[in-house]
Design a protein around this ligand. Structure first.
Ligand SMILES: Nc1ncnc2c1ncn2[C@@H]1O[C@H](COP(=O)(O)OP(=O)(O)OP(=O)(O)O)[C@@H](O)[C@H]1O
Ligand SMILES: [Mg+2]
Length: 224
């Protein structure tokens, strides 16, 4: 197994578009590169739903075989257990489950592994950054005070963990132009792109290549 670059997409805030944007950027990147997605949201997996994967993963030689959609290798707890079973997992099992998804998945050769981070800044962050050499973090924020305040928390944690921040994505889901995103400029965090309300993201469409995702994937490809 060899993975050239690992990029995590996150925000402590829930519901800001982490999963949809990770999936959309994976589609754009996969036109040029070998891409995998690790859905690190153990309690609320979503990549299985976005990519419409209903089958359970096969285990071969003690390794979980990722599902493959549009040439993207996807590992999500949603394809390992039934959702109801996953929801009752306890704290200590959480980091164990993430470790298993990381080390026991047959990623093969990948150019990019994208990690769809869960909300919050708890154990999953510590486990992922301990177990994996994450090259870049991309912050996602909607334009409002709560999302910005949670971005601040995420930035503090990333600094403590010495994780490089490639930049931020402004997800203007509700087309709210009254709020300025100066917070990121003040903190020297580069703007990578802005999404507005997009019905193909809202009802995720695997055949759709978002222009914004294409542009952000170019930035990712040029970052060596
Ligand atoms: N630009 C957009 N246009 C339209 N809908 C969007 C956009 N971005 C996100 N959404 C919608 O917002 C909701 C939250 O998105 P998503 O689940 O990707 O966020 P998340 O940050 O991964 O959430 P969670 O913290 O629960 O994991 C979804 O219903 C999604 O379809
Ligand atoms: Mg999500």
């Amino acid at each position: 197994m060899s993975i050239k670059k690992i990029i995590a997409f996150g925000s402590a805030k829930g519901g800001v578009g982490k999963s949809s944007i990770t999936a959309s950027i994976a589609l754009s990147l996969s036109k040029h590169k070998r891409v995998g997605i690790l859905d690190a949201d153990i309690y609320g997996p979503n990549q299985n739903i976005l990519f419409n994967i209903s089958s359970k993963n096969k285990i071969t030689n003690n390794l979980i075989q990722p599902a493959e959609v549009k040439n993207i290798k996807v590992i999500s707890m949603g394809n390992i257990l039934n959702y109801d079973e996953a929801a009752i997992w306890r704290g200590p099992m959480l980091s164990g489950a993430i470790k298993k998804l990381i080390h026991k998945s047959n990623w093969g050769k990948l150019d990019y592994l994208l990690i769809d981070m869960p909300p919050g800044t708890g154990d999953p962050y510590l486990t992922i950054f301990k177990e994996l050499d994450v090259n870049e973090f991309i912050l996602i924020s909607t334009p409002n005070g709560l999302a910005i305040s949670d971005s601040q928390k995420t930035i503090s944690l990333l600094k403590k963990l010495n994780v490089n921040i490639l930049g931020y994505i402004h997800n203007n889901i509700f087309n709210n132009n009254d709020f300025n995103m100066d917070f990121f400029n003040i903190n020297d965090i580069k703007h990578l792109g802005t999404y507005i309300f997009d019905k193909n993201l809202h009802n995720f469409n695997c055949e759709y290549y978002s222009k914004v995702s294409n542009q952000i994937s170019k930035i990712i490809l040029s970052d060596v």
